[in-house]
Design a protein around this ligand. Structure first.
Ligand code: FES
Ligand SMILES: [Fe+2]
Length: 344
């Protein structure tokens, strides 16, 4: 693999939807964030719709996230220039007939708010139209399933967070003291199986005991899905499902999103939600903390000094999938740049 492919991957693949914040984090006050090494401002208008723009005032570059929410527009704190949700300047209050009015000079990001999170589309080129976004059934089907979203900022490159989930064997060791992952073999043979949207990586001969399999899928956003068997005393609903997504912030930071899901409806849904909030949420945070601590303290450039073995086939496959996507995106960018430079 060339350095340029790895450098591209370190910032984040595009042509994808990513969750960037939980819904509860965006109110009317503008919020400034960094995702895929891009500075972005989000705000919610008076109808509740979320808008997302490059966090840069077209006048002299002040952060729009320090400005004012004017509903469907945002006004810069510095000299009051107002930009709409499409990235077009609507008003320059300090000057009559300013030629800046009407210009579209700030990147805008297509937004979807769903599953308790705000998703933004990151095209390869800023104006690429957004692709379709589907979710795994456990997230999509809100009548049969009930979920809690948990999100956290981690100080590591996003690829380590993805690869951590593609490595089911760590559950038996790192999380051996956890209530849900104490059981099962501490040795296993593992195998890969393709699916319509990606692949499954699983322990052979052990299912329904621990974190025994994981699936990677790409349905407009990249996700990982797994299930962990639950003892009856932890409430109704059979297996405990987790759907995870990771968004890069910059090369050394990412944001993880984990939806914790059970198949429950009716009164059982209320009971499980109560139980989750009061008994289980803390336990799950403890497990996530174990992951965070290991990943944030990996040796410098850990990836360059690895010695992988059979249990790492899942993450190796994921790396190949992502490298292929990165190469295709770099080729598209190069082709566009070449075409632009040839345009008279
Ligand atoms: S820098 Fe934003 S209005 Fe001047
Ligand atoms: Fe883990």
């Amino acid at each position: 693999m060339t350095d340029s492919v790895q450098a591209y991957l370190d910032t984040g693949l595009r042509d994808l939807w990513y969750p960037v914040l939980a819904s509860w984090e965006v109110h009317s006050a503008p919020v400034g964030i960094t995702r895929l090494s891009q500075q972005i401002v989000l705000w919610r208008d008076d109808k509740g719709h979320v808008h997302a723009l490059e966090d840069r005032c077209p006048h002299r570059g002040a952060r729009l996230s320090m400005g004012w929410n004017l509903g469907e527009r945002i006004a810069c704190w510095y000299h009051g220039v107002a930009v709409n949700g499409a990235g077009q300047v609507e008003e320059v209050p300090a000057v009559d007939n300013c030629p800046l009015v009407g210009q579209k000079c700030v990147r805008h990001y297509p937004v979807k708010e769903t599953q308790g999170a705000i998703f933004l589309w990151f095209g390869v080129q800023p104006d690429d139209p957004p692709g379709e976004l589907r979710f795994p059934q456990e997230l999509e089907d809100e009548t049969q399933y009930s979920q809690f979203l948990c999100t956290a900022a981690w100080q590591c490159n996003y690829q380590y967070a993805l690869e951590n989930v593609m490595d089911p064997m760590h559950g038996t060791y790192l999380h051996s003291s956890s209530h849900s992952m104490a059981e099962g073999d501490r040795q296993a043979d593992m195998s890969l199986h393709p699916t319509d949207d990606g692949f499954i990586f699983q322990k052979d001969g052990q299912q329904g005991v621990n974190f025994d399999w994981v699936e990677f899928g790409d349905t407009g956003a990249q996700w990982m899905r797994l299930s962990i068997p639950y003892k009856r005393r932890f409430g109704p609903g059979g297996h405990f499902w987790i759907v995870g997504m990771v968004v890069p912030e910059d090369e050394n930071h990412c944001r993880v999103f984990f939806w914790r899901i059970r198949r429950v409806s009716g009164w059982q849904r209320d009971m499980w939600r109560f139980m989750y909030r009061h008994r289980l949420e803390k336990l799950h945070w403890d497990v996530l903390e174990q992951d965070r601590i290991v990943l944030e303290s990996l040796a410098p450039n850990a990836r360059q000094h690895e010695f992988l073995y059979q249990h790492d086939v899942g993450l190796s496959r994921l790396r190949r999938v992502m490298q292929k996507m990165a190469r295709a995106q770099i080729d598209r960018l190069t082709a566009c740049n070449t075409a632009q430079s040839l345009t008279p």
